[in-house]
Ligand binder design. Structure first.
Ligand code: ADP
Ligand code: ADP
Length: 228
């Protein structure tokens, strides 16, 4: 089977007797080492789709299969990076990353976990901020912590909701390059939401456009046939 298969996925919300359709019969297949970007206007259902794949939201019907098995709950094999970072404010940068590593890496010794955490802090150039709290660092730094935390877990699949949004141009291009370098080493599947078409072309193997008229649909518009 394909690495990830989204089949006839629909999602709607009920408000009294009114039903709002967010996703309708979405089909999408993603390869094991594929980096795809999802673009589409605000409110068309991109975050909802990603959260369903992450297991954070339930679909109304249809299925999501990871390596042939149905996804129902969040799991360490699929890590999501949120637009709002979702760092725990009472933990330092280092502790935020360590907590995530502790949750998934039960086979590692304390020394090995420490090393994984340090490697990932260095990878996103956060050495100077490692012992600071989220409130004490910039938005761009928080975003880097969110990405480092997700990568430290070595997920089979990385789900990113506008990971480079709201960064200044320099930080953005540095972080994009770092993520691509890491991806080239590990080649896990990536699904990334972005508003930036240039970013989608630069980062991904394939771009998926989501549209919604009366009913949400999803269509692949573009293959990006170059090697990074
Ligand atoms: P995008 O990520 O493409 O901007 P979202 O997936 O965040 O879109 O949202 C798609 C639509 O679903 C929006 O119109 C949003 O208002 C609606 N929506 C999201 N969550 C809920 C909810 N819990 N109840 C009702 N509507 C929701
Ligand atoms: P939105 O952009 O639609 O407001 P959020 O990015 O705030 O969505 O997150 C959606 C939900 O996922 C929230 O309820 C949040 O608490 C939860 N959440 C955020 N980060 C994580 C995480 N790392 N693991 C599990 N759930 C999370």
């Amino acid at each position: 089977p394909a690495f990830l298969e989204i089949q006839q996925l629909s999602k709607s919300y009920k408000n009294g007797d009114r039903e709002t359709v967010i996703l309708k019969d979405v089909n999408l297949t993603i390869g094991e080492r594929e980096y795809i970007s999802i673009i589409g206007h605000s409110g068309c259902g991109k975050s909802t789709l990603l959260k369903i794949v992450a297991g954070l939201e339930r679909s109304t019907s249809g299925s999501v299969l990871l390596e042939g098995r149905e996804i129902r709950k969040p799991g360490a094999e699929r890590m999501m990076v949120f637009q709002n970072y979702s760092l725990l404010p009472w933990l330092t940068v280092r502790q935020n990353i360590r907590l995530a590593v502790d949750e998934v890496s039960r086979g590692l010794s304390a020394a090995e976990k420490k090393q994984v955490v340090n490697e990932h802090i260095a990878m996103v150039n956060l050495n100077a901020a490692a012992d600071k709290y989220p409130d004490e660092i910039s938005g761009g730094m928080k975003q880097r912590v969110g990405i480092a935390r997700a990568l430290a877990i070595r997920p089979k699949m990385l789900l990113m909701d506008e990971p480079f949004g709201a960064l200044d141009a320099l930080t953005k291009s540095k972080l994009q390059r770092q993520v691509l370098e890491i991806w080239e080493q590990h080649r896990q599947a990536v699904m990334m939401i972005t508003h930036d078409v240039d970013e989608a072309i630069y980062m991904s193997d394939r771009i998926v456009l989501m549209t919604n008229g009366p009913e949400a649909t999803i269509g692949e518009i573009l293959e990006v046939p170059f090697e990074h």
